[in-house]
Design a protein around this ligand. Sequence first.
Ligand SMILES: Cc1cc2nc3c(=O)[nH]c(=O)nc-3n(C[C@H](O)[C@H](O)[C@H](O)COP(=O)(O)O)c2cc1C
Length: 165
Amino acid sequence: MSKIAVFYGSSTGNTEKIAKKIASLLEADVFDIGYSTMERIHAYNNLILGTSTWGFGDLQDDWDAFVALLSSAKLDGKVIALFGLGDSDLYPDTFVNGLGHLYDLLKNKGGKIVGFTDTDGYHSENTDILVDGRFPGLALDEDNEANRSDQRIEKWLQTIRPEFV
Ligand SMILES: Cc1cc2nc3c(=O)[nH]c(=O)nc-3n(C[C@H](O)[C@H](O)[C@H](O)COP(=O)(O)O)c2cc1C
């Protein structure tokens, strides 16, 4: 298996903390999207992308420039896994909506998206982002359910590890 890169956008540090945890568990490289380049995207066959959700269902701010990079990146043959952070108590209708934005951006870009997860055990009412009834990645709520994150991450990693090339 070749190297894995974890890219994250984070405003108050929650997604950063999770990205670093995931990277550590996978022995992956980890990058803040605010400082990332096309060369970095192209250098890895396995990409993990993480965002929080801000405003009312928006991608975290730093994604603007990185979305433009991803839109023109060559992603054929890459394996891509997504994760999103949100607050399911205050924002159940837009819970981890940023995860849905990432999925919409990447679903027809040639890469293989892996790591869909069941909604069991979440308070989300955000059905708009579901794909065949599942989150298009790992959903985490550090604001209300931080005590469940480690278990959710470990379960998710078990499903995506065998997919990496
Ligand atoms: C002003 C504001 C708006 C937010 N909007 C949403 C939202 O629409 N959906 C959601 O799931 N979480 C929302 N959140 C929660 C954040 O996504 C959550 O706190 C996240 O852990 C922040 O991660 P970060 O520190 O990596 O940016 C919002 C938080 C704030 C303060």
